[in-house]
Design a protein around this ligand. Sequence first.
Ligand SMILES: Nc1ncnc2c1ncn2[C@@H]1O[C@H](COP(=O)(O)OP(=O)(O)OP(=O)(O)O)[C@@H](O)[C@H]1O
Ligand SMILES: [Mg+2]
Length: 329
Amino acid sequence: MDDTILKIRGLKTQFFTSKGVVPAVDGVDVTVRAGEAVGLVGESGCGKSMTAMSVMQLLQHPGRVVEGEIWLKDRNLLELSKREMCDVRGNEISMIFQEPMTSLNPVFTIGKQVMEAVRQHQDVSKEEAKKIAIDIFRRIGIPEPEKRFYSYPHQLSGGLRQRVMIGMAMVCNPSLMICDEPTTALDVTIEAQILYLIKEMQKEKGTAVIMITHNLGVVAESCDYVYVMYAGKIMEEASVFEIFENPTHPYTYGLLNSIPKTTEVKDHLFTIRGLVPNLLSLPKGCRFCTRCDKAMQICTEYEPDLYDIGDGHKVRCFLANKEVMESGK
Ligand SMILES: Nc1ncnc2c1ncn2[C@@H]1O[C@H](COP(=O)(O)OP(=O)(O)OP(=O)(O)O)[C@@H](O)[C@H]1O
Ligand SMILES: [Mg+2]
């Protein structure tokens, strides 16, 4: 049975700026199956959010999807009308942003907002909707839910606001939830609680999750499969176990090595040398070659494909290409 929920193929999203065309997402393939949690990791500016915004079709001018397909089950989202896309956003895909203040309406109480969401999805009276909303607040761990029902978003802490957003998503019962750095603005204990809530929802309702983060620790906690992105392209993808056990792209290796380990005492933390390249002037060949300690001659001339090395593990690096390695270029 094909239980694929989301299938992104050859997605290219570009920004048409006065300085030139910025290839923010440059030919990305991502597959998400029902109930699966997929991580999207990479340094700042590598195109994680723009991939998500392309799926949601919330790109701001001058950004535009210029190529590719985004299949939600059997519909290509890029072919839907604005109205149909609005329905998709309200019912089938929910997105949770880094700063929930941006997606909550500041002039209405959180109770009213969740109640409205309930009434959009269920044919119930106002009183019943209120009861359901308060129940949800209780479930997501909002203290004194009856009282908090009348709070405005600005009266809540960031952690509580993020809980409300997850509650809102629960009401919509989407088949896919995209979480874009949902815990970056929160402290670690709250982070753990929010990740737990997302996992609960995934388990209970079979919701598929895309977890966007620059934090591989979050991926290890919450994902089954992971895509590592760099400068608009997927550089490596594999199950989370495989990525941690057998990281193959030097970039992934660098990301993993820059996680501080509490069991080791080091004078300094490992960092990947250099900076993310300007997307308007990418290096020739592999886009990571200018920062790669293992770069060979060929890496500065040709761009590697995403090579399949088995067990669902793919790597965009010549080190993973036997022919290249045997020819000793
Ligand atoms: N309004 C814009 N105009 C021009 N380029 C843009 C614009 N918005 C985004 N970009 C380009 O898109 C690239 C990808 O941005 P994106 O927000 O997807 O990065 P990200 O991986 O989510 O980073 P972060 O971890 O910081 O959230 C950026 O490097 C930038 O070059
Ligand atoms: Mg982002």
